[in-house]
Design a protein around this ligand. Sequence first.
Ligand code: F0G
Length: 448
Amino acid sequence: MGISSTAFQKCINPDCGAEFDCGQALFKCPSCGQLLDAQYNWDKIKVPGKLSDFAGSWANRTNPLDFSGVWRFRELLNFCDDKYKVTIGEGQTILQQNDAVAEYVDVKPGRLYLQYEGLNPSGSFKDNGMTAAFSHAKMVGAGSCACASTGNTSASVALYAHSCGLKATVFIGSGRIAFGKLSQGIEYGAQTIQILGDFDDCMRQVQDVCSRLGLYLLNSLNPFRLEGQKTIMYRILEGLGWDVPDWIVVPGGNLGNSSAFGKAFDELKQLGLIKRIPRMAIINATGADTLTDLVNNKKLTWNNGKVDQKIIDNYYTDLTACNFSPHTCASAIEISRPVNLKKCLRAIDICNGIVRAVTDEEILDAKAIIGKYGLGCEPASAATIAGLRNLRAEGIIDKNERVACVLTGHPLKDPNVTVNYHKEKQGKFSNPPIEAPNDIDEIIKLIH
Ligand code: F0G
């Protein structure tokens, strides 16, 4: 059966609802300008009867598509023929139960899980999305691609682009991305354009550049990217023996992950593969807290797709009027105009979600704890643990509930933040290096 009869793109605006073939590279609805989803005619797709059936693919891991932690769930993102699929072994990530971090956040032993997406080939969760989006790019015959980025998207785009022979141009805000990420994009061979502005400026520019030059856009506006990111949730379920946790906690930046996770659970429930949907907590940094402000203070909701656009327009007009630019040590989520805002509101609706913001100090302390007792992560990822700690203190998440936090990026992405925290004794958990004379007795005294 041809893919065209099983998958299509659909505008999320219920007043429009326009549908398009998956063979088109669109990124926004041509009729009304809203976001597009990948949708499936599920009755035409052979989906396993139960989630545990997916475990069978793992036995066949000499097949690259079964080895991939994304494509071994391919029946649940069935928009493209196998011949177009691009994989570099993404998605071999770990769900770690961590009692020491659980103690820090006041969750009962055995109840906290950390999903380490930093273990992907480019060191962040982005590879889950890129394997899917680059497969779509191959399917539509794209030759050149582009993205705007706070760093991880550009690293992942650069890696996949050279793996499958596309030319890549990445837009970054000058001085706004961590060194590890900048080094990756350059090393992997992407043309890197540093704009004198922030991520939101880059995002505006890249959309114009892509439509003028016909480049394939790889930001999370791309609905196929989010299809790949759904698999992070499948792997959490897999790590829990196909049980559903009580809470998923995720950092919020451009809001692609939270949007994808809500869609993943909605589809699994509709397919009868899960009985209940976990709640989701989305954590902003206080210096980039558009979602928190809009949801908690301006009471913006999904409202069955009829989102109050006036609230968003007024909010963005105010940001422009005061020349606002977001600032946080978690540079990955330093975003004030998240492109997936409406899909994220839908995910909040699906998952009975909540939104909070955490300070840089809370992020850095949480990061030090994840480093000391776990495998470590970059600052944005640590917003999850900082947020969870506050939600426990508020009593919104119970001590007994089972919580999975998505640690989105590797600790080596941003070594400057880590070294400054420890060396400059910036926080409660700083572990500064000790200066020592080049003398054995003095050194031994220090160790004692
Ligand atoms: N964590 C990390 C490590 C990220 O790199 C990002 C986003 C996020 C969280 C936020 O995820 O956008 O799905 O809400 N990084 C993008 C980039 C924006 O360009 O690398 P989101």
